[in-house]
Every structure is written in C-alpha cells, then in structure tokens.
Design a protein around this ligand. Structure first.
Ligand code: NAD
Length: 334
C-alpha cells in the first residue's frame, strides 16, 4: 500500500518492521564493521521509514533510528569519551530537486544571499581530535554522537595526523579517517590469502582498522585523514566561514581536502557535483557524495541542529555504483 492510502494500524506495523530491519543492518555495519546489504538498500528502507514517520507523526518514537546518530552503541572493550558538542550525522538528498529544495529552505531564514561551501563526502568514519597547546592529546570516534570510543593509542599510527600543530593552540578538530583505495585492495588480498574474512568496502575497513584494542593492528593498516571542522572555530581560529576554516586547518598542519568550492546558486552546485562525479574514479580515496554547507559559520549557530543532523549542511549522495547494481542483479537471478 502507498503511504497516502495507509491507515495508522498498517503504518505502525510497517514502521515496526522497518525499525527492526534497519536496527539489524546498523548493528552489522557500525558494531561489526561488516554490512550484509548495500548502502543503497539501507538508504531506501531508511527513506521509506522517514516517509511513514512524516505521514504519521504520532508514531515517531524517540528510540527510532531516524532520531539517533548512527543508531549504535560503542564497542564495549574500548574506553569511552563524552562529546561535549555532539558529533552529528548529515541529512541526505538523492536528487538535484531535493537539493534545490534544501537550498531554498536554508535561504528563507536570511535576507543576504547565501554562499555555500561544497566539499567531497569522504567515505570513512568520523573522528574527533583534541589538541592542547598544540599537542595531540585525545582521539575519539563518533559512537552514538554523545559517547564515542577512545582511539588515542591508535591514532598515532595514522601518519597524516600531526602530533603537534604549527601553533600552540588548544582546539578540538573533527573530520574523517579513511583507507586509501590501494591500501584497501592490498589489505583484502592479504586477508584472502590468510583465509580471513575480507572487508566489504574501504569505509568498513577503515572503521575496523581504527577501532582496535591492539594499536599495532592499526599501524599495519595505512589509514589517512581529512579534517573539516573545528569546535568554536570563530573564536579559536579567528575565521568566519567554512572555506576559511579549511585553509586555516591546512596552515596548522592538518590534512584537509583541497577540492572544495564556494558556490552561490544551484547551477554552481550542480556543476560541482557533475565535475566531481566525473573525477571520482581518479581519486586515491573513496567518496560517497558531496556535502554542501552554509559558508558563514555564524549562520550555523542560527540554523542549529535537529537531534541527529545539522540544519546548515546536507549530503548529496551518489546513486549506487554500476558494479553494485550488477552484483545485486546477479544475486536476484540465482
Ligand atoms: P553518513 O555517513 O551518510 O553522513 C554523515 C557523516 O559523513 C559524518 O558523520 C561524517 O563522518 C561524514 N563526512 C564525510 N565527509 C564529510 C564532510 N566533508 N563534511 C561533513 N561530514 C563528512 O551518515 P551516517 O549516519 O554515518 O551513516 C548513514 C549511512 O551509512 C547510510 O546512509 C548508509 O548508506 C550507511 N549505512 C549502511 C548500512 C548497511 O547495512 N549497508 C547500515 C547502516 C548505515
């Protein structure tokens, strides 16, 4: 039945089913770093749940997977870190039309014509790094957004990440840990030779490699990083926009991705998406979309967040890659 024709009993039943399925997939993905379905299949079910919850707001539980970051618990063996500023997920869109609607909606709150910073959506896992007087003192994963896992011992084996900044600043920066495509291929080949289960994709391999009790395993895994956020950036770094922030992080010696572009209208965003999509295969790391962020940092505070996502940013997700579609088709016919 279409959502519009459903009564609330039928909707409640469907919601329950979807919650159960999504929780199961999220557990496999986030806790075990071993998904059993493609992201596009997860995204489709998630979107369906969102549609049902929008049509039947009385059926939205605070425990719903749509109301929680990651929807997973931290691995019990690793020490815990509390995120004073929660680490959020991102809202997502799958078409230029949805993206236009989002841009129109954000513009509504402001008289000034907004600029946006367009960035690549790096396919890895979120990381928070704390520097005190320029020295790296703590690294943690996103976890459920409020409580993450302490990976300080592991992070020292991510070569890109400086132990010391170029200035003696005390700051928390956030970004993405990823496994370069080549390192992923080599890792899976060696696991196959050793008869070990292979990783489904570089993102799961990165997560599985960082979240290790034994940091020497992380050392063997060749992880990299891109940073793109700083807490209280305006005060601590004296910057006013997201694009300035990226340049400032680079000056501090942090790895940043330099393919970002400041855009002001939907045509610019579309051009950026098309050119980055065309360039995707030539990158040494995986991306699963484009992130568009309101460029002015003071407007981030004005727009605020939901319990799960910032309202000042959105992810445009790429359609599933052809190889994935082919694999699924084969699965269906056997
Ligand atoms: P997400 O990965 O879609 O987006 C949010 C994350 O993007 C942020 O937390 C950040 O870590 C990252 N990011 C990368 N580049 C960024 C940039 N430039 N700026 C800001 N953030 C950037 O959201 P999520 O909540 O981590 O995961 C949801 C996604 O995970 C789903 O869309 C689905 O595709 C996948 N998933 C798949 C399964 C499965 O079984 N296959 C299960 C659960 C989740």
């Amino acid at each position: 039945t279409e959502v519009a024709q459903m009564d609330s009993t039928e909707a409640a039943e469907q919601i329950k089913k979807l919650q159960k399925q999504l929780q199961q997939w999220a557990k496999e993905y986030y806790e075990n770093d071993a998904p059993t379905v493609e992201d596009s299949e997860y995204d489709q079910a998630y979107k369906h749940l969102q549609e049902l919850e929008t049509a039947f707001p009385g059926l939205v539980s605070p425990n719903s997977i749509t109301q929680q970051v990651g929807g997973h618990k931290t691995k019990s063996e690793l020490p815990k870190v509390v995120h004073e500023v929660p680490m959020l997920s991102l809202g997502d869109v799958f078409s230029f039309d949805e993206l236009t609607n989002w841009m129109v909606a954000t513009q509504k709150s402001f008289i000034e014509k907004l600029s946006y910073n367009a960035e690549l959506k790096i396919d890895g896992l979120a990381i928070s790094l704390v520097y005190e007087n320029g020295k790296l003192v703590q690294a943690s994963t996103r976890g459920d957004g409020n409580i993450g896992e302490d990976v300080t011992k592991n992070i020292k084996y991510v070569n890109d990440i400086p132990k010391q900044l170029n200035e003696p600043l005390s700051i928390e920066v956030r970004g993405e840990i990823y496994m370069p495509k080549q390192a992923f291929v080599i890792l899976n080949e060696s696991r196959e030779r050793e008869g070990l289960p292979t990783f489904a994709n570089p993102r799961n391999a990165a997560a599985g490699s960082l979240r290790q009790l034994d940091p020497l395993i992380t050392k063997q895994r060749k992880l990299s990083a891109f940073l793109y956020q700083a807490i209280d950036a305006t005060q601590v770094l004296n910057v006013t926009t997201q694009s300035e922030l990226l340049a400032r992080l680079r000056d501090l010696g942090l790895p940043t991705n330099n393919t970002n572009a400041v855009v002001t209208n939907i045509e610019d965003v579309e051009n950026y998406i098309v050119s980055q999509t065309n360039n995707r295969d030539s990158l040494s790391y995986g991306i699963d979309g484009i992130v568009i962020k309101v460029n002015r940092l003071d407007y981030h505070e004005e727009l605020g967040n939901t319990v799960k996502v910032p309202k000042w940013a959105i992810a445009y997700k790429f359609p599933p890659e052809e190889s994935e579609t082919v694999i699924r088709n084969i699965e269906w016919t056997v």
